[in-house]
Design a protein around this ligand. Structure first.
Ligand SMILES: Nc1ncnc2c1ncn2[C@@H]1O[C@H](COP(=O)(O)OP(=O)(O)O)[C@@H](O)[C@H]1O
Ligand SMILES: [Mg+2]
Length: 227
């Protein structure tokens, strides 16, 4: 039996703010196969970002079990945990989170600097990633010299430059006009199809969701519908 990319078993996440408790996930279960393209839709506050944080091992569940590529992050030490995040996971955010004074190329190289990849290899792989998102001709532009859609493509290049098996995108088109949104969906879908990257996209946009082969709906911290 093949190991799923991501598996949640009855996962609860309870945030504590002083004496107030917020149950962001309430017994959520899901299995996401390797190579799958999944969309998750749900209203604001339904637990989507919390789900992605746990799926990317950025946070741990209060109760229940999360497995990423068959590994249980709660059983790993700090070193193993950062390896898991570095090797397996790429994140894409609604707000791009690029560093303004760095060029596209420098932004994309950054995760490789952290990983200790040497200079020429770094450059080669960053250019390759930028080409994969169709920005081979924009490598020396800074974020302010790029459109929103192009900035998001740089952010996607940064997410895939480490060659992750899983890409987690949190409302990646939320700040974009509909033409740019379509472009981003195309780029992400192609990475899923051609590189076999497991893709999880959280979105409000039915059109973005419709590009996925599988769609789940979340409300009050549980998945209540799938199609
Ligand atoms: N760090 C946090 N501390 C306390 N409460 C949080 C935190 N993050 C999220 N929440 C709460 O958990 C619930 C789910 O939030 P979130 O996962 O961000 O939802 P979504 O991404 O669907 O909008 C919300 O009620 C939110 O206010
Ligand atoms: Mg969110």
């Amino acid at each position: 039996m093949e190991v799923p990319a991501i598996k949640f078993e009855n996962v609860w996440k309870i945030y504590k703010l002083g004496t107030v408790e917020v149950a962001a996930l309430r017994g959520l279960s899901i299995e996401i196969k390797r190579g799958e393209h999944l969309a998750m839709m749900g209203p604001s506050g339904s637990g989507k970002s919390t789900f992605l944080h746990l799926a990317g091992a950025l946070d741990r569940p209060t109760k229940g079990k999360v497995l990423i590529e068959g590994r249980d992050p709660s059983k790993l030490n700090d070193d193993e945990l950062s390896k898991l995040r570095n090797r397996y996971i790429g994140f894409v955010f609604q707000t791009f989170n690029l560093i303004p004074r760095l060029t596209a190329l420098e932004n994309v190289m950054l995760p490789l600097v952290v990983r200790g990849v040497d200079g020429s290899e770094r450059r080669k792989r960053a250019i390759e990633a930028l080409e994969q998102v169709g920005l081979g001709d924009r490598i020396n532009h800074r974020p302010t010299e790029l459109s929103g859609g192009e900035q998001q493509r740089v952010a996607i290049a940064r997410a895939i430059v480490t060659r992750p098996r899983i890409v987690l995108a949190d409302e990646p088109t939320g700040n974009l006009d509909s033409a740019s949104a379509k472009e981003i969906v195309k780029v992400l879908s192609r990475l899923n199809r051609e590189l076999g990257i497991t893709l999880v996209v959280v979105t409000h946009d039915p059109e973005v969701a419709s590009a996925a082969e599988r769609m789940v709906k979340i409300r009050d911290g549980v998945i209540y519908e799938e199609n």
